[in-house]
Structure formats: structure tokens, C-alpha cells
Ligand binder design. Structure first.
Ligand SMILES: Cc1cc2nc3c(=O)[nH]c(=O)nc-3n(C[C@H](O)[C@H](O)[C@H](O)COP(=O)(O)OP(=O)(O)OC[C@H]3O[C@@H](n4cnc5c(N)ncnc54)[C@H](O)[C@@H]3O)c2cc1C
Length: 804
């Protein structure tokens, strides 16, 4: 075995071999994969090999398409067959919600360039005659997908990687890892030590244990999973083509052809966690005992929906474990605080996702950038809140919902509440319908007396619609209070703070007493953060951003190597806040503070440390609603008192609590984009419009050269807000935007603008179409709705309210 390598990949399943192949392909030839047993011997060898392009996140869908298309390439390079059956996919809907969901998938697929269409049940029967159509009301067909041979595919990756110069060491166990001062690693195995520039944890069922070797607790857990293979089916005799891989959402069943019979699998509601504490070292090429008694009721649904399967015997049953993260998407990327330690694990759909994961990870390692937004599979989307207890509850929830379609207004109940602000109980008592963001409970809307704070999951307008309208109206006409504790918050302090911020952020860094809107770019001038910097003193700053991105931003900050005289820390659990917004907000806040808040004395984007009521606070004039507004931040011990003071002070001013739903409506009326939805590492400063906050005159900062080049050439597409002639459903995200029938862009967020009385969509369109009044169409749940570009904010275009 080699004693050094540029990178060591731990684990020879479908994910590790793909990472190895992609590293070799990008030019890292000196790479070594270490596998403790035979390749595939973890969860890979017994997989059903199904592959498809379906994912709620467009970028992951794209990577799944890449994975499926890649198989021909690795077959060619390696000479090893992947055993491809590219017979496409069918998805069946049994109720209106599922049908809406399939229509949304179709709308998204158009811009992604995937061949997908809604078909009749008669057509569905042609693709799969085993279906009993009486249980369904609609179907979607997609060209991409099918199934492959797990072992053939894994070996094709490994052989193709070897062709490019990579090495594979089988029957070699990694026993421990130790990092050197220079950030390289000693990989200690039972056959000697390898000195590695980088280490990649692709240990699948053992990812948790290989995480422990580096001192981290990854949120990953294995579940048992069953499928059955039937005896030959007479119904399939004489057919010239295989049946299309079929997903039955209502039955939580998948079915595909396996030789002359069928393979049927289920994601049952009460799944069993496998090896909750430690994965056995000696588990290799093994299956688990079958548990038909437990699973019989679920397979019976399958036999009802696909009756022919119940008429033949079962040839083989498989029960095997495989791993999940709490939300079912993979964990990929570098880990904060562990230079050159990478993960690619918790991959529950290795045959759909393995190739794409290898692609982005290899770019990330070789080029310091995954090349696109992948935040929904970035390991940094989980922070400290994802403890083993959280994972042990969320993973089974996710498993049980694997085949339930996720509604856009749905909040999942398991492991709730985890993080609560000091006013959680007060907000609940005030009727809050809560959501969870990064483990933290936050109010979505407030049910008035007599209304239950629960919402029916739907793709269309829910019972919350009129309530959110009333909240928006209160903000626009009087005053509203929104809890901002769920924002990301960081303190940057020290003598070198300003110089460091100047390098890391593209914006001007504010003077003491001021705020600045601060885009943060990567080297390619794409948006990695859309934050606000508050300067409290020349050497002390507080930064606010998206709460979801806390770990992502902390990792980004740490990768910029803050000098020893700069201290960066999260304030997530040490600062709570409220936004007071609306024309009467000044009156309210003035009652609680001695500083003069009159328009000339405390202007937009000013910030002061001052007492607000009883609470020592950071008070700024800012907000996300487009109204005159203030943000007040204090520590958890004062926060409930601050909240009570605000309610007392606002009682006679028409103060109303508002939640995240109203905020989405208010911000889109102003044309404000939101990080992670509208602004992501997919889009550049110029495309998002955030370029107006970039200070090109201040000297060097990350992304400057690329941003300048783009400014000279002009962006190819732009973020715009559109008025949509919607009926009873707003856009959700990733729907295709069409011009003359051709998909030209896609939606990034949407809401009903309750004040302007219009359905609104934010999205990206080609620069040539980003002009006032441009007429477009958006496919909303299967219906073409006309959309008109509005370049000026629909509400208060001159910003007079904001500055009043
Ligand atoms: C019954 C069943 C059906 C499935 N069906 C499908 C399907 O239809 N489609 C699909 O896409 N996915 C399916 N899956 C999921 C699929 O199997 C996984 O997504 C995939 O196998 C994950 O691959 P991996 O490389 O991440 O992990 P693994 O296959 O577990 O590979 C990890 C490897 O790391 C090695 N390793 C661990 N620790 C060490 C160490 N210390 N030193 C050296 N080597 C080490 C292990 O030996 C192992 O080979 C199914 C899974 C099951 C159980």
C-alpha cells in the first residue's frame, strides 16, 4: 500500500468509488480509496438499484440527472457494465394533493430540461400493466430513470478511477485518524499509515464511527429497509419492454421489474432504526432477518394496488440497512474546524445521487468551490442542534415520509420543540402556528381567537390566508411585531476586525453607529451571504443573516483565516430580537427609549446601544417589511421583559403580532430577495441586484475581479419580481417561467402580496426579458398563468415610508 496520497477516500461503496473517480477525473491522480472489506460490502451490494431524478431541490434533481447520464461514461472507460435498465419512471397520485405535487414536478422539470409529462391512467397502464387504476387519479411519466446493477456500477466507478491513475486498497481497515499541524492527516490502518493531504469520509453505514475518529458527531443513522422479489408474473410474458419503475405515493410502495418477476419495496410508517449507537465492525455483505409480520399490512396495500403481485409467490426477501440524515438529503462537504476533512455520507439514494456528489465534492476539494449551490446537501445545514437524540427522532420520521409528498406549508412534528426563545410560551399563548428553522421554533402566523393554530397541508391557499392578510394590513397601517431571534447573528471584534471584514465582504463596512447591507461573494462573485453589518464601535461589529445558514457562514468565516486579532463568534443563543414595523412603530419604540427617534435624529440604518424599556439593547432602524421600522436586540435574560414592554407600549397603537408568512408577503411587495431562496451561490452579485451594495472602490475583497468582469459584460439573467395572475395557488419555487412556450427561467420564491392585492413571484429571467412589463407565463400546478415583470417595488417604490 502507498504510504502517502493527496487524498484518501474511506469506504468503497457506490459513493466512495464515485468520489475517487471524480477526484481522478479532475486531475488528482494520486488518490487512494481504502475499503475494509470487499467493494460494495456496506449498504451498496443489496440495494435495489433504482435511479430517478426526483428531488424537491432543483439542484439535487440536476445532480441526479448527471448521475444517471454518467453511467454510460464509466461503462465506456472501465469496460464494466453497470447493468442499466433505463426504462424511465412513473409516479402515481391517489388524491388531489398528490396530483398537485406531480404537476409541480412537471413544471420544474421543464426548465431543468428533463422529459416529464402528466399522462392518463390508460397511458400509465401501458407503461405498467400491473397497476390497478381504480386506486389512482393521475400519473406522471419521466424519461430519465430506471435501475442499474449496484455491484456493476460500483466496480465501473472503481475501474474507471484506476484507469485514470487512482488506487484502491481493499481488505484494509482505517483504525484512526490524526491531524498534523499543517492540516494534513495520518490515516492509520491495519496495514500501515498513509499520510494524506485530505481525507474523505465515505464510510456509509460506518460514517458515524469514521466521524468519531476526527472527533465529530455526524447526524446520520441507519434504518432497516425491506423489499421482495416475486416469482415470474404471467402478466409480463411476451412484453417487448420492461415495465416502468413505479412509485405509488398513497401506498408508499415502489415496484419495478426484476427479470420476469417484480421487485416491490415499502417505506413503512414505523420503521426500525438499525444499530442506533454503534455499527458493528464485522458487518460485511450481510442482510438482516426478515420481519414479514411487521411489514405484512404495508405489502398488502401493494398487493391491492398491484394485484398481480399477490397472485404469485415470493422468490426472495431482502432486509438491509442504509443511512439517512434527519432530512433525507446527503451530508456533503468540508467540516468547520477540521481542515481537509470532507464528508460524503448519509446518502440514501446512492444510485441516483452518487455521481453528482462525486462531481461537486471533487470540485470543492480541487477548486475550493463546489461550482454551484448545494446548500440542501451541505453538511453545514445542520448545526449543534442536530444532536444524536434529534437525529434518532428525525431520521425515522423522514423514513416514514419517504414516499409522502411534502407540502410547501407543512411543518413536520418530530423532535419539536428543540430550540425555544424565551418568548416561545407567550407566542404560543397568543395563537402562534409554529415552524422550526435550524431547530429553533418561530411563528409563521397567529391564529386569532376562535381559529385553531393549525394549517391543512396543501399546495393551494390555506385557512391561514385571511389571517396573514390581516397581519400584513396591521403592519402597513399601524404597527406589527415579528420575532427575529431566528436570524443568524455573529459578533466580530478585535483590532483587525474592520480590515478582515473589508476583505471578506463586498460592501462598504459601516462607520460606528451605522448599518450596511453586505453581500458576501465567493471568488466567482456568486452570493454566499446576504447579511447586514452593524458597527457598534470601530473594533466591534454584529452581523445579521439567515438563521438557516449559521454553520455555513461560520465555516465560511473560518475558511478566510481571520487573523489572531479578530474574534468571530456566533450569537445564535445569546441574542434575541424583535422587529417593530409599521407607520406607528416610531411612537411605540419612542415610549420605551430616551434617545430621540425623530426622523432627522435617528435615520434609516442607524444603530445604537441603548436601554429599551428594562432591556439593555442594540437598537437599529431597519427591517425587512418596507415600512418605517426598528430592530431591537437583547440577551435572553431580558428578552421576555422587552417583549412585554413592547406589547404594553403598542396596545393602543394597533400593535399586532405577525409571523414569517406575512414577512414573505411584505418583503416581496418591496422586491426584497431572501438568502437561500432567491439569493444563493448559484447567482452572481449582478444577477441578484445586490451589486448595488458592492463597493468596488475600497480595494481588494473576495470576488472583486469576477464581479468587475461581470459588471463590464453585463449579467446574463436577473432576479425580478413578477405579478402573477394566479387563481387559488401561489408559486412555490422552481416552477418554470416561459416565454412563447419555451422555458426561459425559474421561480425562486412566491407569496400573495396582501397589501397590493396580487400574487407575486420572484425568479430569474434572461436579462433581455428583465424589463418593466415583460409578459411571461408560469406553469402553476399544471395551468399556465400569465406573469408580468415589475422592476419597481410594488409597494412604496421611492422608499418614502422606509425613510419617513
Ligand atoms: C434494501 C435496500 C434497498 C435500496 N435500494 C436503493 C435503490 O433502489 N436506489 C438507490 O439509489 N439506493 C438504494 N438503497 C440505498 C443505497 O444502498 C445507498 O444509498 C448506498 O449504498 C450508499 O452507499 P455508500 O457508499 O454511501 O455506503 P456503503 O455502501 O455503506 O459503503 C461504505 C463502505 O465503507 C467501508 N468502510 C466503513 N468503515 C471503514 C473503515 N474504517 N475503513 C475502511 N473502510 C470502511 C465499508 O466497508 C463500506 O463498503 C437501498 C438500500 C437498501 C438497504
Amino acid at each position: 500500500m502507498k504510504d502517502s496520497a493527496r487524498a484518501v477516500v474511506i469506504g468503497g461503496g457506490v459513493v466512495g468509488t464515485s468520489v475517487l473517480y471524480h477526484l481522478a477525473k479532475i486531475g488528482w491522480r494520486d488518490v487512494l480509496l481504502i475499503e475494509k472489506s470487499e467493494l460494495t460490502s456496506g449498504s451498496t451490494w443489496h440495494a435495489a438499484g433504482g435511479m430517478h431524478t426526483f428531488n424537491g431541490e432543483a439542484n439535487i434533481s440536476r445532480l441526479q440527472k448527471y448521475t444517471i447520464d454518467l453511467y454510460r461514461e464509466i461503462e465506456r472507460l472501465s469496460g464494466q457494465s453497470c447493468g442499466l435498465h433505463p426504462n424511465g419512471g412513473l409516479m402515481l397520485a391517489a388524491n388531489q394533493g398528490e396530483l398537485d405535487s406531480l404537476r409541480l414536478i412537471c413544471s420544474r422539470a421543464r426548465y431543468l430540461g428533463m422529459q416529464t409529462e402528466m399522462i392518463s391512467l390508460e397511458q400509465a397502464l401501458d407503461y405498467n400493466p400491473l397497476i390497478d387504476p381504480q386506486h389512482f387519479i393521475g400519473a406522471l411519466w419521466r424519461a430519465d430513470g430506471g435501475h442499474c446493477d449496484p455491484s456493476g456500477t460500483t466496480n465501473a466507478y472503481a475501474k474507471a478511477a484506476r484507469q485514470l491513475g487512482a488506487s484502491v486498497e481493499r481488505f484494509t481497515r482505517v483504525q484512526s485518524l490524526s491531524s498534523r499541524r499543517d492540516g494534513t492527516w495520518d490515516v492509520v490502518t491495519d496495514k500501515g499509515t498513509v499520510h494524506a493531504g485530505h481525507v474523505v469520509n465515505c464510510a456509509g453505514l460506518w460514517a458515524r464511527e469514521v466521524g468519531h475518529m476526527a472527533g465529530i458527531e455526524l447526524p446520520v443513522l441507519a434504518m432497516e429497509h425491506h423489499y421482495l422479489i416475486t416469482e415470474d408474473l404471467p402478466e409480463l410474458e411476451g412484453r417487448s419492454r420492461e415495465i416502468v419503475n413505479t412509485t405509488d405515493y398513497a401506498g408508499e410502495i415502489y415496484v419495478r421489474q426484476e427479470r420476469a418477476g417484480a421487485l416491490i419495496g415499502t417505506y413503512e410508517p414505523h420503521g426500525i432504526v438499525w444499530s442506533p449507537v454503534k455499527t458493528p465492525d464485522d458487518f460485511s455483505m450481510q442482510l438482516l432477518p426478515e420481519d414479514f409480520e411487521r411489514l405484512a399490512p404495508y405489502f398488502e396495500v401493494g398487493f391491492k394496488h398491484f394485484p398481480a403481485l399477490g397472485r404469485v409467490g415470493i422468490r426472495k426477501a431482502v432486509n438491509g440497512p442504509f443511512t439517512f440524515a434527519p432530512d433525507g438529503n446527503p451530508l456533503v462537504g468540508p467540516v468547520r474546524g477540521l481542515p481537509n476533512y470532507w464528508v460524503a455520507c448519509a446518502v440514501m439514494a446512492g444510485f441516483s445521487q452518487g455521481g453528482g456528489i462525486g462531481l461537486v465534492l471533487s470540485r470543492w476539494m480541487a477548486e475550493n468551490d463546489p461550482g454551484q449551490d448545494i446548500i440542501s446537501m451541505d453538511v453545514a445545514r445542520f448545526g449543534a442542534f442536530a444532536t444524536p437524540k434529534y437525529t434518532s427522532i428525525k431520521v425515522p420520521e423522514n423514513y416514514s415520509r419517504r414516499f409522502r409528498l411534502a407540502y410547501p406549508n407543512e411543518e413536520l412534528p418530530a423532535a419539536r420543540p428543540v430550540r425555544r426563545s424565551p418568548i416561545y410560551d407567550r407566542l404560543k399563548a397568543a395563537g402562534a402556528c409554529m415552524g422550526a428553522n435550524y431547530g429553533l421554533e418561530n411563528a409563521l402566523w397567529f391564529a386569532p381567537a376562535g381559529v385553531e393554530p393549525v394549517e391543512t397541508p396543501t399546495y393551494r391557499r390555506s385557512e391561514a390566508f385571511p389571517v396573514v392578510r390581516a397581519e400584513c394590513q396591521a403592519v402597513r397601517t399601524a404597527v406589527g411585531l415579528y420575532e427575529t431571534t431566528n436570524y443568524g447573528k455573529y459578533e466580530v471584534a478585535g483590532r483587525g476586525a474592520r480590515a478582515w471584514l473589508d476583505r471578506v465582504f463586498a460592501s462598504r463596512i459601516p462607520r460606528p453607529g451605522r448599518l450596511a447591507l453586505a453581500p458576501m461573494l465567493n471568488a466567482a462573485a456568486r452570493i454566499v451571504g446576504d447579511l447586514t453589518i452593524a458597527c457598534l464601535a470601530d473594533d466591534r461589529f454584529v452581523i445579521f443573516g439567515s438563521g438557516f445558514a449559521e454553520e455555513f457562514h461560520l465555516r465560511w468565516f473560518s475558511q478566510t483565516d481571520p487573523p489572531p486579532d479578530v474574534f468571530v463568534r456566533s450569537l445564535a443563543s445569546t441574542l434575541n430580537g424583535v422587529s417593530i414595523a409599521g407607520p406607528r412603530s416610531r411612537e411605540l419604540v419612542q415610549r420605551l427609549t430616551r434617545i430621540d427617534l425623530s426622523a432627522g435624529a435617528f435615520r434609516l440604518f442607524q444603530v445604537r446601544e441603548t436601554a429599551v424599556g428594562f432591556a439593555p439593547s442594540i437598537l437599529s432602524r431597519a427591517g425587512f417589511t418596507g415600512e418605517l421600522g426598528y430592530e431591537i436586540w437583547t440577551t435572553p435574560d431580558y428578552f421576555a421583559t422587552l417583549y412585554d414592554d413592547c406589547l404594553d407600549a403598542g396596545g393602543d397603537l394597533g400593535l399586532r403580532l405577525f409571523g414569517g408568512r406575512a414577512l414573505s408577503s411584505l418583503r416581496l411587495e418591496k422586491g426584497y430577495g431572501s438568502f437561500q431562496k432567491d439569493f444563493r451561490p448559484d447567482y452572481t452579485a449582478a444577477e441578484t441586484g445586490l451589486e448595488r451594495f458592492v463597493d468596488f472602490n475600497k480595494g481588494e475583497f473576495t470576488g472583486r475581479a469576477a464581479a468587475l468582469a461581470e459588471r463590464a459584460a453585463g449579467p446574463k439573467r436577473r432576479f425580478v419580481v413578477m405579478e402573477v395572475e394566479a387563481l387559488d395557488a401561489e408559486v412555490i419555487g422552481y416552477e418554470s417561467i416561459l416565454k412563447d412556450g419555451a422555458a426561459v427561467g425559474y421561480v425562486t420564491s412566491g407569496a400573495f402580496g396582501h397589501w397590493v392585492g396580487k400574487s407575486l413571484a420572484g425568479g430569474y429571467v434572461p436579462a433581455a426579458l428583465a424589463h418593466e412589463g415583460a409578459r411571461l407565463e408560469i406553469d402553476i400546478l399544471g395551468e399556465m398563468r400569465s406573469a408580468t415583470v415589475r422592476l419597481e417595488p410594488l409597494y412604496d417604490p421611492q422608499g418614502q415610508k422606509l425613510r419617513s
